[in-house]
Each structure stands twice: as structure tokens, then as C-alpha cells.
Design a protein around this ligand. Structure first.
Ligand code: 3HC
Length: 330
């Protein structure tokens, strides 16, 4: 369904004077803070925008397992291994909640996966960067999941009921993820001089890719204006990015590390940190598929899907037999 609706998902901002009566009534519900539920009437492009965002979000959770899954066998202690295993497993669960939320909009998980594998849907840019060592794994938990939480806490208030409710549960688990990351990272930052050097290097490399997670700056964000009007998004990309910077700088200072770039300065008048924006040409290049790990990530996902075909077939055969047995007994 989304494949046919892709144009609708990019159809621009709706003006009240151009809306039909039904669309105006829908907008009034949104403005009054009501949640929209699966059986409620909704404009096609509200549905398409949600399928795009929820589908992309689900893909991010699933692809996001790869950079960390790669380190489960190499975690430095049994305790860290068990924690990382639980965390990566949670990400698979988050993917499932989100694919289920997309199903309530009439889009199947198989179709979304197919569109991802054909390169017609995106996943978060951050997962196209490598995890080179154990300090990177701490940094992913702390900085990447930390960024995801800032975005997802806001999304708990999104207007679509099933998405909003999925976010409540996901945020609880994400806060464990960020805390375990900070704990692993702190052990490195407060460790030997070599460990501290590794922690600083991980922070420096991941800083700008993490800022990119919030999407392009507001002036270049294609969907923000309409998504904010529909309360699919409740804060803009730049607002959330600022919130993330403001909460993360004191954590970096607590660890005794250098700030990752020279532009970070507290601005008393604004009551926020000033900071440099990432190189947006790098961001758009990663979105086009040219990041350091895009082709590896997609190859891993496509192989996993193809290698799992026998298992999905087995489950379906079992379900068919169980149904036939049940019907015969009735
Ligand atoms: N990575 C990949 N694509 C991105 C992106 C990013 N970081 N930021 C923006 N984009 C894409 C958009 O999807 C859009 O693509 P399209 O034009 O082909 O549809 C385009 O860039 C323009 O950006 P917009 O700002 O107009 O797009 P949105 O209004 O959708 O805002 C968003 C982008 C803020 C990421 C929003 O989609 C969102 O809040 N999504 C839900 C949260 C999410 O997907 N998080 C992913 C990380 S989850 C995670 O990290 C797992 C955790 O467990 C670690």
C-alpha cells in the first residue's frame, strides 16, 4: 500500500481553506489533542506519512542491531555480554512493536521489509557508521540511544494512538539502554590512559553522526511543517537536537572528556549551548546509500531475510496444519 502512496506522503502542507469538511473535522480533532485510532477516518497522506515514519523507525530498530550484535561475542566480561545481548534483543522487540503499529494502518510487515530491501525505504543514518572497538559500543548506548530517547519521549505524545502507546513501552526500555551505555563508556573514560583515549576518540567520531539522527535542519526538513500540524511530530528536528546537546554536554564534562568540537559554548542569553551543525552534505550522501557501512548493512539484512525463508515457511506450514486440525475437530 505504501508503495502506491509514496507520492501522497510528500504532497505538501494542507491549508485549512483548501480542506474538505471531513478533513477540517479531522484537523479539529487533532487540534483538540484527541488521539486518532486505527478505525477512525484519516486523510490518505496522514496515513502515508505515518507508514513512512513508523516503517523507517521500525527498520532503524532492526538494522540498529547490527553494529552492536557484532560485539556480543567480544564483550570484555560475562556481565557486559549478558547486558548487551539483552539490549540487542530489545531492539528486535522494538522493531516488532513498530511493524505492528504500521499494520494497524493497513501496511504489512512483509511489504515494508520488501521496500527496505529494494532501497525504497530508509533507516536511521547513524547505523551506517562502524563500531570499531568496545568504546564505540558504550558510545552507541549512551549517545545513540540517548538521541533516540530525546526523539521518542516527544513521540509518546504523537497523535496516532498505536504509535504513541508503542513509544511509551519503548522509552522505558531505551532508558535502560542509555544507562548501560553510559556505564560501559564511563568504565573506559575513567580507566587507563589508553582506555580514556579510546573513549575520547569514540565521542569525537560519533558526535556529528548523532546530531544527524534528528534529521536535516528545520529549513530543509520536507515533512516537518505538515507533520507538526498533524501532531505526528510534536517538536521540530532542531528543537530536539538542541535538547540533546543541552543534556549531553554536562554528561561529557562529568566524564572529564574534552568537548567533541570547538563550537560548543554556553549561551547565557539563549539559556542553551551553541554548537556547530554537522556537515549536511555527508548526511545526504549517507541517505543516498554512500555511508561507510550502507552496503554491508543492507547485505546483512537481505541475507538474514533469505536465510530465514525456511523458518518462516515452517511456521506457516505449522499454522496451516494446526488450523486444519482445529477445523476437523469442530
Ligand atoms: N536517517 C535517515 N533518514 C532521515 C534521517 C535520518 N537520521 N532524518 C531525516 N531523514 C529522512 C526523512 O525520512 C525524509 O526522507 P523522505 O523525504 O524520503 O521521506 C528526509 O530525510 C527529510 O527529513 P524530514 O525532516 O522532512 O523527515 P521527518 O519529518 O520524517 O523527520 C525524523 C525525520 C526526525 C527522523 C522523523 O522521521 C522521526 O522522528 N522518526 C521516528 C524516530 C526514528 O525513526 N528514529 C530512528 C532511530 S531509532 C533508533 O535509533 C533505535 C534505537 O534503539 C537505538
Amino acid at each position: 500500500m505504501y508503495a502506491q502512496m509514496i507520492k501522497t506522503a510528500h504532497s505538501g502542507v494542507h491549508k485549512r481553506e483548501d480542506m474538505t469538511e471531513q478533513e477540517r473535522a479531522f484537523q479539529d480533532r487533532i487540534d483538540a489533542g484527541e488521539k486518532i485510532e486505527p478505525r477512525d477516518w484519516m486523510p490518505d497522506d496522514y496515513r502515508a506519512t505515518l507508514i513512512r515514519q513508523i516503517g523507517q523507525h521500525a527498520h532503524s530498530e532492526v538494522v540498529g542491531q547490527l553494529p552492536e550484535g557484532n560485539w556480543i561475542t567480544r564483550a570484555p566480561t560475562l556481565e557486559r555480554k549478558a547486558i548487551l545481548l539483552a539490549k540487542v534483543q530489545d531492539e528486535a522487540g522494538h522493531g516488532l512493536y513498530l511493524y505492528s503499529a504500521a499494520e494497524t494502518l493497513g501496511e504489512s510487515r512483509d511489504e515494508l521489509v520488501r521496500l527496505l530491501h529494494e532501497g525504497r525505504m530508509k533507516y536511521s543514518s547513524i547505523f551506517n557508521y562502524p563500531t570499531l572497538n568496545w568504546a564505540d559500543i558504550g558510545a552507541v548506548g549512551w549517545l545513540v540511544d540517548g538521541a533516540a530517547i530525546v526523539n521518542q519521549v516527544a513521540l509518546q505524545r504523537t497523535s496516532y494512538g498505536p504509535y504513541s502507546r508503542a513509544m511509551v513501552r519503548i522509552c522505558k526500555e531505551e532508558s535502560f539502554h542509555a544507562r548501560q551505555g553510559y556505564s560501559a563508556f564511563m568504565a573506559m573514560a575513567l580507566g587507563t590512559p589508553e582506555q580514556k583515549r579510546m573513549a575520547q576518540d569514540a565521542l569525537n567520531r560519533m558526535w556529528f553522526p548523532c546530531l544527524m539522527m534528528f534529521g536535516p535542519s528545520d529549513k530543509d526538513s520536507v515533512h516537518s511543517e505538515q507533520s507538526m500540524a498533524w501532531k505526528i511530530k510534536v517538536a521540530t528536528n532542531d528543537e530536539l537536537r538542541q535538547k540533546y546537546v543541552d543534556q549531553t554536554i554536562p554528561q561529557i564534562e562529568y566524564l572529564g572528556l574534552d568537548l567533541p568540537e570547538a563550537g560548543i559554548v554556553w549561551n547565557e542569553a539563549r539559556g542553551h549551548y551553541d554548537f556547530d551543525m554537522p556537515d549536511w552534505s555527508e548526511f545526504f550522501n549517507v541517505l543516498k546509500g554512500n555511508g561507510p557501512c550502507n552496503s554491508d548493512r543492507m547485505a546483512d539484512r537481505v541475507n538474514a531475510w533469505e536465510d530465514g525463508a525456511w523458518f518462516r515457511d515452517g511456521l506457516m506450514a505449522h499454522a496451516r496444519k494446526a488450523r486444519a486440525r482445529k477445523m476437523a475437530a469442530e
